[in-house]
Design a protein around this ligand. Structure first.
Ligand code: ACO
Length: 375
């Protein structure tokens, strides 16, 4: 029997990984050995994915080949489109549509375990999200374009028009920033699934379910709601006080691992700053002001744990600036993180041990069976 119960597996090391490293005390994140800011601001998304899969940067020729390979795997079969059409017609949330579309996307392919299968999973997620969104808006899907990069093609499939460079760069910075982050809940879910020698689509589908919740990837939509409200109303102090006095959590703040500001917040805040510059809009200024007020109020609240800005706070501002609809914030997170999930799955498979923790039994003992007519 296990003596100590580590609720939420807090502080438990469950895997060795070469993919990313988090220092929660100092607020540092490295992905594939690069400080997050370096990867986020320099890489294309395809370079980040290659880095995770191969543990090195590609040469120019390798990058061209990898980019073309991913682009060639973007199509989804009609049967998946039918699922997405139905999900949109029933007004299902985007994450539910992604889960359904991803689960169905093994149709038309026999491949489920290799690195090629992992590339296909990465390639189809934006197509599934964009196809759902087009149906949701009453439009026909826009087929993927192989000549566009991953980020640009995602925006193109959403809108049907070629995106401008600033939006592509903003999105690409976001995709690189959140591509991997240790053994977070959805990544752990994916690793657990493949540890049973199950397949990659099953792992990705389960991970989508895990990412959906507001304690993980579901926060940026509510963050944007909050920011819009505060921007309209003014008076962020009053808003923050009301929420905290009512015992509610401020979305976009606090983290299981970081005890300081999430380093991804800095990267995304700079990217958003670049994007909003020159726009005739004081929204981003209000966002910045709100962060200061919220962090001060959370600090004043005391408690054992310092609560600071997490990645989702500036995700909301950046994706809003890029033009991603709020309903797709969490699915856009999945567009990026699916590469981390797949890399972790490949890593788990290469040195597998079934993930199977133990629990401490606290239920009844020594019961004797009573026949149903005597209860
Ligand atoms: N606002 C107000 N209070 C908070 C917040 C917050 N955002 N986050 C934590 N707290 C409080 C808790 O109520 C708790 O208080 P108590 O000790 O008086 O009960 C204390 O801080 C510790 O909180 P825990 O729940 O133990 O922290 P945990 O590590 O489980 O949670 C989490 C981390 C889920 C991110 C939490 O901070 C939270 O709910 N934040 C808001 C939602 C959010 O931003 N989610 C996105 C996370 S980032 C990501 O997954 C990509």
């Amino acid at each position: 029997m296990s003596e100590t119960v580590n609720r939420g597996l807090e502080g438990i090391t469950v895997a060795e990984t070469r993919l990313s490293d988090i220092d929660g005390e100092s607020g540092a994140l490295t992905i594939g050995g690069f400080p997050v800011v370096e990867l986020a601001t320099n890489a294309t998304y395809e370079e980040s994915v290659f880095l995770l899969f191969e543990d090195r940067l590609p040469t120019a020729a390798e990058l061209a080949g990898f980019r073309a390979d991913l682009a060639s795997r973007r199509e989804i079969p009609e049967e998946v489109r039918a699922v997405l059409r139905r999900a949109a017609a029933e007004d299902r949330p985007a994450m539910d549509a992604l889960r359904m579309g991803l689960a169905a996307s093994t149709l038309g392919t026999a491949e489920s375990a290799s690195e090629e299968a992992a590339r296909r999973v990465v390639a189809v997620v934006p197509t599934i999200v964009a196809t759902y969104w087009r149906y949701r808006r009453g439009n026909e899907p826009v087929p993927p374009r192989e000549d566009l990069g991953h980020a640009a093609n995602y925006l193109y499939m959403l809108t049907g028009t070629e995106p401008d460079e600033a939006a592509v760069r903003g999105l690409e910075t976001y995709l690189n920033t959140v591509v991997d982050h240790g053994v977070n809940a959805s990544t752990f879910t994916a690793r657990t699934v493949v540890s049973t020698q199950s397949d990659l689509i099953s792992a990705a589908t389960a991970a989508v379910g895990s990412l959906k919740g507001p304690l993980h990837g579901g926060a940026p939509g509510p963050v944007l709601d909050m920011l819009r409200t505060v921007h309209e109303r003014g008076d962020p102090d009053a808003y923050v006080r009301e929420k905290l006095d009512a015992g509610e959590r401020l979305m976009g703040f606090g983290h299981r691992v970081y005890r300081v500001r999430d380093p991804r917040a800095a990267v995304l805040s700079s990217a958003a700053d670049r994007l909003y510059q020159g726009r005739d809009d004081d929204f981003f200024e209000a966002v910045r002001a709100f962060e200061t007020v919220a962090v001060d109020a959370l600090a004043a609240r005391g408690g054992d744990r310092r609560l600071d800005t997490n990645v989702e706070f500036y995700t909301a501002a950046l994706l809003e600036g890029v033009g991603i609809p709020m309903e797709l914030f969490t699915t856009t997170f999945a567009v990026s993180r699916v590469a981390g999930w797949m890399a972790h799955c490949l890593e788990q498979r290469a040195d597998n041990r079934l993930i199977r923790p133990v629990s401490r039994y606290v239920g009844e003992t020594d019961r004797t069976w009573t026949p149903v007519d005597e209860r």
